[in-house]
Design a binder for this molecule. Structure first.
Ligand code: M6R
Length: 606
């Protein structure tokens, strides 16, 4: 939610800020702006719309030039997308960009109005600007320290003070911000891809630490002005990973990267043919000790947890509860110190998942996170972290992150099952080998894109779709349905196939296409019966199943067949046609696939 960049250095920073914002546009894209110190003034250009609109605006109205500046790409929270509400907000002596939400902005605003301030925008950010202005008496750190003591909520702030034209200031709480260490200057950024072109070295800023960046270096202190020493982090993501690399969209590229992402994620966690998660700090003794597991996450990550539930319960015989993080945090879950709470998050910054983690810790549970972004808050705050190695996922619709989250769920299930004595070593090795075979199988399935393109052409005019399945197929179809609706804007619902006749089948007509997933051998016949029920009511059915299990047309109108694997592994194969179907439907509808309306990649607000 909102992307921030900033630079203080030797070079003209305008291209550098635009380039950084382009890498962060996935975080929000309803307005964009930059502020630079130019000829002893803070100059701002900002506009409603995409970053491209900002670039156009500068071409028409004149480019900015300066060696010290900040930039922002917005996902609106307070106030509609408009030029006025866009960041940076500022006056002649201070300019700021903000990612997060200031919860007590109304009372601060009232206080400031009483002290003679007036407001132009509807944003909470403008109250931070004016509060900084109120406290600023010549020392930026003093002013920032005063402000962070008064504001409540989440924030990552990049700040320019005109009195200090060669530096930028930054502070964060509960919203991500890194400090990039370059050769000719230093950076702030919401995420690593924004700085990768210039440096791999960065610092992680902790809660309420204040950073001062100049061309020569970075000083970090706490709010009492005590200096803080930092360890340099080194980004291990490829520069190319944040580029489209010839693909039309990031989503298509990321679907195609899944075999590599899975291999890179599982290989270091397999030793002598057995799952090996001990490097994360999760020992076999710990695994044996949990009586219950909670998996908490949002969106796609939560769907990965649902697959995890089926697999862990089936193999290890441990009860698993899957929760949506925004529900979990307010439902007073009955967690004890004997439980394991697993948080899954691609970004590692999702506000609700982070709050759920804090709640689980308060209740004494062991917390384990499965996170893709190194050093993200959820990873840092959990007891145990397993990093997925998908590389940067830029498209808002999650694909490869889901695939790697699933692969970690499988490894964990195998290790748990073996530790609990629920499966033999031989069975554990067989399952692990089967997981290692997944990347090659997915590589083969990637050629199904034309088949999926054809199916998408049959769905593109639908107003509403139904996804059905049983067991693991049902869990997977939830993700298929989310993928379709978030990028193509076609309404869809995922339903347990056996539950249809208890109400939902009344929706089924010839205008309601159905996508049925039927990869589970023990449930296959039952799902086929459910498919026949919807087909008998006119629905055109696309069926995703194993090769050779069904005769074309007799059961479904369109078939997508997958190579054979162990039943529990089939979701890892069936996910590909699900993703392709959503992708090509959105492309055929002319949707902005990588930046769907109203969404942002990293949901750092509640
Ligand atoms: O970064 P996270 O994995 O915590 O994000 C959770 C969801 O916001 C995310 O999976 C979202 O549902 C995706 N846009 C779905 O494609």
């Amino acid at each position: 939610m909102c992307g921030i960049v900033g630079y203080a250095g030797k070079e003209d920073c305008v291209d550098l800020l635009i380039d950084g914002l382009q890498k962060l546009e996935y975080r929000g894209y309803d307005s964009a702006g930059i502020a630079v110190i130019q000829n002893s003034h803070i100059e701002v250009k900002k506009t409603k719309g995409r970053l491209a609109d900002l670039v156009d605006k500068m071409e028409t109205e004149g480019r900015l030039k300066g060696c010290c500046g900040i930039g922002h790409t917005r996902w609106a929270t307070h106030g509609e997308p408009s030029d006025i509400n866009s960041h940076p907000h500022g006056n002649e002596r201070i300019s700021i960009v903000h990612n997060g939400i200031i919860e007590n902005y109304r009372e601060i605003k009232e206080f400031l109005i009483e002290h003679g301030y007036s407001f132009e925008s509807e944003t909470d950010t403008e109250t931070v600007l004016k509060l900084l202005d109120y406290y600023y008496k010549g020392d930026p750190i003093d002013a920032i320290a005063h402000v962070v003591k008064e504001i409540r909520g989440s924030y990552a702030l990049g700040i320019l003070f005109m009195d200090f034209p060669d530096r930028i200031f930054a502070v964060r709480k509960d919203s991500p911000l890194i400090i990039g260490i370059g050769e000719n200057g230093n950076f702030i950024a919401s995420d690593v891809p924004a700085i990768l072109k210039y440096t791999r070295n960065y610092y992680l800023l902790e809660q309420n630490e204040i950073a001062t960046l100049t061309e020569k270096g970075v000083d970090i202190c706490d709010i009492h002005k005590n200096p803080v020493k930092k360890e340099i982090q080194v980004a291990d993501w490829d520069l190319d990973a944040a580029e489209k690399g010839g693909y039309e969209h990031f989503m298509l590229k990321e679907i195609n990267e899944q075999p590599t992402s899975i291999r890179t994620t599982i290989s270091p966690r397999i030793s002598d043919g057995m799952p090996y998660l001990e490097e994360s700090g999760m020992t076999k003794e710990m695994l044996k000790s949990y009586s219950r597991i909670y998996i908490v996450a949002c969106g796609t990550a939560m769907h990965a947890g649902l697959i995890g539930k089926y697999v862990i319960e089936k193999l290890a015989g441990i009860e698993v509860t899957v929760d949506i993080a925004s529900e979990f945090r307010y439902r007073n879950p009955l967690i004890t110190d004997k439980d394991l709470v697993i948080l899954i998050s691609q970004s590692g910054e999702t506000a609700d998942t982070l709050a759920a983690l804090k709640l689980a810790k308060e209740k004494g549970a062991t917390t384990m996170s499965i996170v893709n972004v190194k050093g993200a808050s959820i990873a840092r705050e959990s007891d145990i972290v397993i990093y997925t190695h998908a590389g940067p996922e830029i498209s808002v619709a999650s694909t490869k992150a889901y695939a790697v989250q699933l692969s970690v769920m499988y490894l964990l299930a195998f290790e748990l099952a073996y530790a609990k004595g629920a499966i033999t070593k031989e069975e554990c090795m067989r399952l692990t080998k089967e997981l290692q075979n997944v990347p090659d199988k997915i590589q083969d399935i990637l050629v199904l894109k034309e088949r999926c393109q054809f199916i998408a052409s049959r769905l593109v005019n639908a107003e509403s779709l139904l996804y059905i399945g049983r067991g693991l197929d049902y869990a997977l179809s939830m993700e298929g349905s989310l993928k379709l609706k978030e990028i193509s804007y076609i309404h869809s619902e995922s339903y347990a196939a056996g539950e249809l006749k208890h109400g939902t089948i009344s929706l089924v007509t010839e205008d309601m296409p159905v996508i049925a997933v039927a990869t589970q051998s023990d449930l296959f016949e039952k799902t086929v019966s459910n498919i026949k029920e919807v087909k008998a009511r006119g629905a055109k059915v696309t069926m995703i199943c194993r090769e050779g299990t069904v005769d074309d047309k007799a059961v479904a109108n369109h078939l997508v067949t997958l190579p054979d694997m162990d039943d529990i592994m089939m979701p890892m194969l069936a996910l590909v046609p699900m993703q392709y179907i959503a992708y090509y439907t959105a492309v055929l509808k002319g949707c902005d696939v990588d930046k769907p309306r109203n969404l942002a990649k990293s949901v750092t607000v509640e």
